[in-house]
Design a protein around this ligand. Structure first.
Ligand code: DUC
Ligand code: ZN
Ligand code: ZN
Ligand code: ZN
Length: 460
């Protein structure tokens, strides 16, 4: 099977070229002007932008969490990702305390294998680092292609690791050529504030926000960055939301150490005023919570200064009925919001079309940097000869409105209901196959494959 994409404006992290792309099988064969080659399928991309397929390195599909499961399965979640121009996602395996990493991997494989529609990979969340787990790190890196290890510095009792475990994990992961990532918030401080608010009868979603003030994230981000610098372990902060945490990343640079960091689309676009309504605010109850306008400004600046390399989603959807588990107590609202399908279009519309980031930066933070940081480059994350033909053909002028009425995520509300966007996904190719065309999905579950990742390098 061969495909020729003609006349598109190809944007990568470093180039902007009018050219044709010839694809044979799953990979890109030739890129050049006015290619005269016979192809089974010809796509005219005149007037369109042609991007590498999006990579969302932070999603939670069918995740057991807070007494329930996030509502998108591998099938619905990766399909919705494709509709939104994201061809590869990285999900999180959660080790249960007392269980092996291998056991957890087997559980996640049973949910993903044969069900994913788009490509996927796994991070391993280590929640219990001990002598047994330590021995498994090498196997994960060398045999399973799982090279990033996630830690939670909050959610004490279920997921949180203490600093003793963190430093031990960092030393081992560095030795094996991997990366440690962190949900960097101070779990003890948060637990104290949650208990205090509850004892005062303050139970609405607003108190979820007020229990996780900026300092809880700034402090933990700084602590994590210092432990990374001390151990020399490649490190990455997930879902960074605020100016204080950004300054912790900046501070690492002052110690001549680079800590990679990701923000998520919601922290760039939404703010904490959404919690000032009754239970409706539960739609945006996530951890860390939405912040202030000054934090949004800091995050856009952080992207342009290269301090934040990735814009992900932390996609972790729950049905409204599930959110209602916390109707009488904010601490029981399952944390998370749906965005896997909306990330690319939101970032283009609110970032590129509104002049906040360049087209090249858009590609960097939506695809290329995640591929580089997490060991998938140049197979994924760029448009180049030999790379997987994961391609997003995007109409920069199409206007449309986001709504739960027509999204494809398995969740009954939209966190962006009624948002009017400029720029829309038109056609998506995954490994050379057209998977989305004008809002139709052309492939079934089982189309997605697991992507083994390489050891992590410290260069991007
Ligand atoms: N935060 C969320 O909002 N959901 C999933 C896990 C997390 O850390
Ligand atoms: Zn998190
Ligand atoms: Zn310092
Ligand atoms: Zn998460």
């Amino acid at each position: 099977m061969s495909v020729l994409i003609k006349n598109g404006r190809i944007i990568t992290a470093s180039a902007d070229t009018l050219a044709d792309i010839f694809i044979e099988g799953e990979t890109i064969k030739t890129i050049g002007k006015n290619l005269h080659v016979a192809a089974d399928e010809v796509i005219d991309a005149e007037g369109m932008l042609v991007f590498p397929g999006g990579i969302d390195p932070h999603v939670h599909l069918e995740m057991p969490f807070m007494g329930t499961f996030s509502s998108d399965t591998y099938e619905t979640g990766t399909r919705a990702a494709l509709y939104g121009g994201t061809t590869t996602v990285i999900d999180f395996i959660l080790q249960t305390q007392g269980r092996s990493l291998k056991d957890a991997l087997t559980e996640w494989q049973s949910r993903a294998t044969g069900n994913a529609v788009g490509d996927y990979s796994f991070h391993m969340a280590v929640t219990d680092f001990n002598e047994d787990t330590k021995k498994e790190i090498k196997q994960m890196v060398e045999e399973e292609g799982i090279t990033s290890f996630k830690t939670f510095m909050a959610y004490k009792g279920a997921l949180m690791v203490d600093d003793r475990q963190m430093v031990g994990l960092m030393q081992e992961v560095k030795k094996q050529g991997g990366m440690v990532t962190a949900h960097a918030t101070n779990g003890d401080m948060i637990d104290y504030l949650v208990a205090k608010h509850k004892s005062e009868g303050k139970l609405s979603p607003l108190y979820h926000y007020l229990s996780q003030p900026e300092v809880t994230e700034a402090e933990a981000s700084g602590r994590f960055a210092h432990m990374a610098a001390y151990t020399g372990c490649p490190a990455y902060i997930v879902h960074l939301t605020c100016e204080g945490a950004l300054n912790a990343v900046r501070d690492a640079g002052k110690h001549n150490y680079q800590v990679f960091a990701e923000t998520c689309i919601q922290y760039l676009l939404l703010d904490a005023s959404l919690y000032e309504q009754d239970f409706e605010g539960a739609k945006w109850v996530m951890s860390p919570p939405l912040r202030e306008l000054k934090d949004q400004r800091a995050l856009w600046a952080g992207i342009n200064q290269g301090l934040l390399q990735v814009v992900a989603t932390d996609h972790c959807p729950f049905m409204w009925e599930q959110k209602k588990m916390g109707e009488k107590d904010f601490s029981k609202i399952p944390n998370g919001h749906p965005a896997i399908e909306n990330r690319i279009e939101l970032l283009y519309s609110e970032g590129v079309a509104k002049g906040k980031i360049s087209l090249n930066k858009f590609v960097e933070v939506s695809s290329t940097n995640a591929a580089k940081i997490f060991g998938m480059f140049p197979r994924k994350g760029t448009i180049a000869v030999g790379s997987d033909a994961d391609i997003l053909i995007f109409d920069p002028n199409a206007k449309h409105t986001l709504s739960a009425k027509h999204h494809h995520m398995n969740v009954d509300y939209s966190a962006y209901e009624g948002w009017e966007l400029t720029g829309k996904v038109k056609t998506v190719l995954l490994r050379g196959k057209v998977v989305i065309d004008n809002n139709h999905c052309l492939v079934e579950k089982g189309n997605g494959t697991f992507i083994k990742r390489n050891k992590v390098s410290n260069i991007i």
